[in-house]
Design a protein around this ligand. Structure first.
Ligand SMILES: [Mg+2]
Length: 373
């Protein structure tokens, strides 16, 4: 089964998030969510869908895939995923071991696993030897509001919608306090800071934040790959430390684990190298006795791939659902949590193909509109 073509399409979908447009991915505020859909076609008539970590980089990723990656894939065996991914990784290593190249390769790998599931007639989680879970518990991953009143309002709103676990993306203590007060003592509360602090600042903040009973503190340090500093913080911090969404390839997780940097590893299937590389990270994490809670800040094939991977984990694990309402989803209601649970698709491969009507309506050739902050 040979790869015959690869098509990339950027979608731009308006959203609401219970506050002002966020600026936490890519530096510019979004007024719409951009995602890059990647379709891999084969001579067997089976097509698979993938997605890189896109957002404000969708058009750069489209060029990366169209001009650098796709030409290396055409004519290659779609059902020899390990061999092809190793060859692509080797061919392109001099263009970057993190960033656009591994993100683009992640999209191809996800699409190849979608094809593999479709060929086998099995949903991806069962192809991967999953435990047969039909639902996974979701946590509401609130965007950064920077305002304690908006934090409280959106925490209350997420609880009303049935979520029982909530993650904040705040960096100021009053906003975290507001989140905990709105959530009450029984709701699991996590804090993701997206790499704002020096080691000294992070140590001070972790002590201030101890009173809020956080399930984990995520990415407290910049740069995220300073695993020695993260390990030092972890040794002193009064809560668990989580990180990993910015790591590409299993080797970076090896360095992270060897340093003792994290309690919880968070591979992003759209950055790390796809489903194949995520599986390696899962095995390595198990060998290091590190928990895994996959990252998910996307709504395309990366969302579904993360869902299937989460369903295969040895114990029930929360699934990150970015807390925003899209005007339309390529998968309809399949990306929505109901009573705090998201259904694992039971169709072959990823279980759903993107809705062609949504693709047609939201296809764009322009970068996301930016709001000056
Ligand atoms: Mg995060």
């Amino acid at each position: 089964m040979k790869i015959t073509s690869i098509e990339t399409t950027v979608l731009s979908i308006p959203y609401t998030n219970g506050g002002p447009p966020t600026a936490f991915v890519g530096g510019s505020a979004w007024t719409s969510l951009q995602m890059l859909l990647v379709r891999v076609d084969t001579d067997a008539g089976i097509s698979g869908w993938g997605e890189p970590f896109g957002h404000n980089a969708c058009h750069a990723l489209k060029a990366t895939i169209d001009t650098m990656i796709a030409p290396l894939c055409i004519g290659r065996g779609a059902d020899q995923i390990g061999e092809l991914m190793a060859a692509l990784q080797h061919s392109l290593h001099l263009f970057g071991r993190s960033g656009l190249v591994p993100y683009g390769l992640s999209a191809i790998d996800i699409a190849l696993w979608d094809i593999a599931g479709k060929q086998a007639g099995l949903p991806l989680y069962r192809l991967l030897g999953g435990a047969g879970r039909t639902h996974v518990p979701a946590y509401a991953s609130l965007l950064r509001y920077g305002d304690p009143h908006l934090v409280a309002r959106n925490v209350a709103d997420a609880l009303d919608r049935g979520y029982r676990a909530i993650k904040l993306h705040e960096i100021a203590e009053p906003n975290v306090r507001s989140g905990r007060e709105a959530a009450g003592a029984d709701v699991a509360l996590m804090l993701d800071t997206n790499c704002p602090w020096t080691p000294a600042q992070a140590r001070t903040m972790s002590e201030h934040l101890a009173q809020y009973d956080l399930e984990w503190l995520e990415e407290p340090l910049f740069p995220p790959e300073d695993f020695a500093a993260l390990a030092d913080l972890r040794a002193q911090a009064p809560m668990k430390i989580a990180a990993g969404e910015n790591a590409s390839w299993v080797g970076e997780f090896k360095r992270m684990f060897d340093a003792g940097a994290v309690d919880i590893a968070q591979p992003s299937v759209t950055k790390v190298g796809g489903v194949s590389e995520t599986r390696k990270v899962l095995a390595l994490a198990e060998a290091h006795n590190v928990a895994v809670v996959p990252h998910c800040a996307y709504f395309g094939p990366g969302f579904l791939a993360t869902l299937h991977i989460t369903a295969t984990l040895p114990s029930e694990t929360v699934f990150e659902r970015l807390y925003m309402d899209l005007e339309a989803s390529p998968y309809g209601q399949a990306t929505d949590a109901v009573d705090g649970l998201i259904s694992v698709p039971q169709g072959p491969g990823l279980g759903h193909d993107p809705d062609p009507r949504v693709i047609e309506r939201y296809r764009t050739h322009q970068a996301a509109p930016v709001i000056a902050s």
